[in-house]
Design a protein around this ligand. Sequence first.
Ligand SMILES: Nc1ncnc2c1ncn2[C@@H]1O[C@H](COP(=O)(O)OP(=O)(O)OP(=O)(O)O)[C@@H](O)[C@H]1O
Ligand SMILES: [Mg+2]
Length: 608
Amino acid sequence: MKEAKNQQLSSAWRERLQALKNVPPVLKIVWESGRYVVALGLFFRIIVSLVPVSTAWVTGLIINNVKAIVDHKEVLSSHLWWLTALEFVLAIAGSVFGRIIDYYDAVLADRYMRHISIRVMDHASQLDLQSYEDPVYYDRLERARVQATDRLGMIQSIGRLFQQTITVISLSVALVYFSPWLLLVLIVCLIPAFMGESHFAFLNYAKNFRQTPVKRELDYLRQVGGSKEAAKELKLFGLSQFLTDRFTSLSNGIFDENIALFRRRLTAVSLLSMLSTTGYYGAYAWAIWETVHGKFDVGTLVFLTASIMNASNNISQMFSTLSSIADQALFLTDLLAFFQMQPSVMSKPDALPAPRPITEGFEFQDVSFSYPGTSRLILNHLNFRLEPGERIALIGQNGQGKTTIVKLITRLYDPTAGRVLLDGVDLRDYKIEDLCREIGVIFQDFMRYEMTAQENIAVGRIEFLNDMERIRSAAEKSLADGVIERLAGGYKQMLGRRFEGGVDLSGGEWQKIALARAYLREAQVLILDEPTAALDARAEYEVFERFNELTVSKMALFISHRFSTVRMAERIIVLEDGCIAEEGSHERLVARGGRYAEMFELQASSYR
Ligand SMILES: Nc1ncnc2c1ncn2[C@@H]1O[C@H](COP(=O)(O)OP(=O)(O)OP(=O)(O)O)[C@@H](O)[C@H]1O
Ligand SMILES: [Mg+2]
């Protein structure tokens, strides 16, 4: 039992020491975020770090001088006042340069935060969709995000460590000059305190690590509790109490764990710091003893006392700074691991440009797919083609894999088995960005950006952000122009309620805006995943008539549960259990009297 615990502790120590290797890459990031600021900060730190030893030295000289005058060995001369002035200048320099260091620290902090936040956003955007659905990834992203801004302390600690080290070296040289033992005693007495600090820092890290999933849930609850989207349901279902209770019980758990650790730390660290204080007073007593026995003069005693105190303080601070750096470096493990995560869906090095124009279209060849980490086959040896100029409707009950097919076409995922071809070439051989450019897709859970109407359309192809002509024409095609005309601010109107002056739209109005994005793309393939679910019957009819006109020479795939629109497609594919159950035109499928006819009849009969 005890052995296991020891082993656990020693591996904990190893882990901490290993974490120190995170420091250099982070220093590199710090350096990149502001070279001049780092260099100037270091320069002033060097100056300030030499102030204590100089001050102690000058004080010693002053005391000896005063003593000589008092003992009538010397007469009062300007020498004494020059020394006093020098000490005054040192004091001023220490405090002014200290402020300057604070200033550079603050500037560096700002720069570093900006730099690292941008890097985290950049990197997150390169990762697979799959990563976002993985809770481990999410925890890591969360920790990375927090670390990006929370690890500022570490950078300042490193600066401080640098300064403390120089101070300690300068003081040590002075102390060693009088007695090497003195320094050794001081250091030996401080080591246990350092070990204690470090040990608890590690426990703290382990605790934070364990708590991440709970903290994520707390964040979620806090967000749901305060979000506009949830407000309606919270009120009507009376959920507030339920959420608050859950929040309370989770955060109580965290609180108790924290307090328990704080208490243990308090006891252990205070006991250990008593040991270091003993070391300091031991050295002090020794210096007094030697002076009384005529080994040192009074000035030296004063110098030694000041140096011992300063060295003892600085060494202990150095240890705790070092331990806090090691502690913070542990947290950086996640940030660096996050930066090392690579997307699995990537363009090959010699990837092909997407064909333009597309001549043969898409072909699913024996495609099977299950989501990573799950065993259920969503698509099961699926075969079908989508040819240029063709408009296909994809239908099937909820959860049959329609959206999944769209994700495979757009390479948000790669098939588990089989291939998806475009013009006879595996999609994996094309450049991803190129492929995406040729596809305009609106997912059923499209984004409602809390930005202006113009920006909401322009996200479809952000290069056209200020190309009003194209944006207007896209809005016309999707019937969003009518919606925007009614807005007080027109295209400049802020949408959503998060920001001042924003107005919210109805579900159908949002859909028309989102649809404009697909038209703005000017892509060869258009895919609409239930783009009209929230439209009224008349609007839907109009949208699809438009869609039909506008996609005459294009390839189009749309997914819908409404037969009034589905029947407009030239070919209808019925998806069931990961396979194609039936396909053909509306008339053919109705005449066939199979699955489609049954579903159609079911929906039609409810209108009669
Ligand atoms: N990211 C995911 N991870 C694991 N399983 C998923 C994921 N996304 C979807 N699924 C599962 O895959 C199945 C197919 O989902 P898909 O979204 O393709 O259905 P759909 O046909 O579009 O349904 P709907 O008509 O409701 O939109 C569902 O059973 C769903 O539970
Ligand atoms: Mg779907």
